[in-house]
Design a protein around this ligand. Structure first.
Ligand code: S3P
Length: 432
């Protein structure tokens, strides 16, 4: 177990480069592996989760070459993966497990996926049900609808699936299986979740459409594919990682930070809208667009924040940022209400519980609810021992909280930040 001590900061200044987007990095390895030809990925995130994805595909015969500043994936085509001779280790990664299950459902060999304790306790019925409806045979080896999962592929049929949750992992698993189906496949979700799979599939040559409905629900549809084609991918910085630095710049008095190369895809950018609603001082600079994904540098200056209400269709666009938003809310003036976010309970930890427990340890007033929490802001927080429970987003959120708390904040199991942001603490120290 490693611990990290955080002390109050007198002001953060300078520029920070944000590592590559985790969701896009996973997908670039996956699509690159099942495409024909070579995919070159620049600014790939070498975090533990994406390394799990990379290693799973290597075990299925894909050659992946790591150069100093880019990755080459020598694709095997849609039907070229080979049967691994061991269980595929998905580590801590829900994205690897769920998206890979979609791809494996269309292969010709059976396969078993298993991960760490947290991963093996996360719900998998959400992908087993639609993929089994399509014709796969996925079993939970412990009969608890969790991994380890044994995936027996089958002849896949196109379905229309009405997803009960707005989840990009569920949507993507179905769309990826749909590449292998005998007719078109579509998924309707109650609100639009991140659309990286749809955008990247289009770039790789698949026929995908997306439709927004008047009630806020959204449908993505894919046609069976005969081949995908390798691409050049420039991964933008991960807005979920940028959020810690944006929050730090807003909260620590006398700060001015340029957060560089942040992905601004509208299906991910809810955090920026919340910052705006809280009265943040932020300027978007150097906006650009590549492969359907927007990016910008964000100049952040510290200032007073005010509480807000976060609910409804915006939730899927900031689901991973809710822990750091809760920290911001604790320092803001007034009350912040987070609703419609029951999905927080099934992330790497139950983030309603782990956020509330750690905020309380620092002296904040927070009431957990069934689908979110209510935070009474404006209290001065004190340093505390923070239990990350090996959840990277909890560790990083409370490291930021520690920068404006009194005394020492100790982050337990701080090494878990490597899941999505290797070098996080070094980047933070550089700004102090
Ligand atoms: C992800 C989707 C989100 C997010 C996760 C990454 C993805 O999960 O929380 O960190 O890459 O598709 P859900 O889609 O299940 O909400």
């Amino acid at each position: 177990m490693s611990v990290k001590s955080i002390y109050p900061s007198k002001g953060l200044k300078g520029e920070v480069n944000i590592p590559g987007d985790k969701s896009i990095s996973h997908r670039s390895i996956m699509l690159g592996s099942i495409a024909q030809g070579t995919t070159e990925i620049t600014h790939f995130l070498k975090g533990a989760d994406c390394v799990s994805t990379m290693n799973c595909f290597r075990k299925m015969g894909v050659e992946i070459v790591e150069k100093s500043d880019y990755i080459l994936v020598h694709g095997k085509g849609l039907w070229g993966l080979t049967s691994p001779d061991e269980v595929l280790d998905v580590g801590n990664s829900g994205t690897t497990t769920r998206l890979l299950s979609g791809i494996l459902s269309g292969q010709k060999f059976p396969c078993t996926l298993s991960g760490d304790e947290s991963l093996n306790s996360r719900p998998m019925a959400r992908i087993m049900t639609p993929l089994n409806n399509m014709g796969a045979d996925i079993k939970s080896l412990n009969h608890n609808n969790c991994a380890p999962l044994c995936i027996n592929p089958g002849t896949l049929h196109g379905i229309h699936y009405q997803s009960p949750v707005a989840s990009a992992q569920v949507k993507s698993a179905i769309l990826l299986a749909g590449l292998y189906a005998d007719s078109e496949t579509s998924v309707t979700e109650p609100a639009l979740s991140r659309n990286h799979t749809e955008l990247m599939l289009q770039n790789f040559g698949a026929y995908v459409t997306s439709t927004m409905h008047s009630d806020g629900s959204a449908t993505a549809q894919v046609e069976p594919a005969s081949e995908l084609y390798g691409q050049q991918i420039f991964v933008p910085g991960d807005i979920s990682s940028a959020a810690y630095f944006i929050a730090a710049g807003l909260l620590v008095p006398h700060s001015e930070i340029l957060v560089k190369n942040v992905g601004t895809n509208f299906t991910r950018a809810g955090f920026l809208k919340v910052c705006e609603a809280m009265g943040a001082s932020m300027t978007m600079l150097n906006k650009s667009f590549e492969g359907g994904e927007g990016r910008a540098d964000i100049l952040v200056k510290s200032g007073t924040l005010k509480g807000t209400t976060i609910e409804g269709d915006i939730i899927p666009t900031l689901i991973d940022e809710l822990p750091i938003i809760a920290v911001m809310a604790a320092y803001a003036e007034g009350t912040t209400v987070i609703k419609d976010a029951a999905e927080l309970k099934v992330k790497e930890t139950n983030r309603i519980d782990t956020v509330a427990e750690n905020l309380k340890a620092m002296g904040a007033f927070v009431t957990p609810t069934e689908d979110g929490m209510v935070i009474e802001g404006g209290t001065s927080l004190k340093g505390a021992h923070i239990k990350s429970y090996l959840d990277h987003r909890i560790a990083m959120s409370f490291a930021v909280a520690g920068l404006t708390a009194s005394g020492e904040t100790v982050i337990e199991d701080s090494q878990c930040v490597d899941v999505s942001f290797p070098g996080f603490f070094a980047s933070l120290e550089k700004l102090s």
